[in-house]
Design a protein. Structure first.
Length: 134
């Protein structure tokens, strides 16, 4: 009986998650749509040079962004937030991670916009990483 209740809850969570995913992707924004500001990218460059450049040169992120195509920016944000820098995972603050991501997007030619990249997973969930269109 206990397993049936657990199974029911798991199914409900999966259905709810699927519904949320469907609705968020139906109205998504794209990294091609100016999702960060130039000043944010400038601030991110400083964080990148201090904490990221030791392991990740400028060319590293081209492959990373390609492999994340179609994924919400929030997933990449959470991954960086929890696992980087490698020598002290989780030491960066949310605003620092958002700024580093803005720098990475800028460095690879994604356009800047008028609004800063959000600093929480919720704020980034509706932005999808897409191939660069120029």
């Amino acid at each position: 009986m206990h397993n049936r209740g657990l199974l029911t809850r798991c199914v409900c969570v999966m259905v709810f998650t699927a519904l949320l995913s469907t609705s968020s992707f139906a109205e998504h924004r794209s990294t091609n749509g100016g999702v960060y500001t130039e000043s944010q990218a400038t601030a991110g460059k400083k964080v990148y040079e201090t904490h990221c450049k030791f392991c990740h040169d400028d060319k590293f992120y081209a492959g990373v962004l390609q492999s994340w195509t179609g994924q919400p920016v929030s997933v990449l944000f959470e991954t960086i937030l929890a696992t980087m820098p490698e020598n002290n995972p989780g030491m960066l603050f949310e605003d620092e991670v958002a700024n580093v991501m803005a720098f990475i997007f800028s460095n690879y030619g994604y356009p800047a916009g008028d609004m800063a990249l959000g600093e929480t997973s919720d704020a980034l969930a509706d932005i999808v990483i897409e191939k660069l269109t120029r």
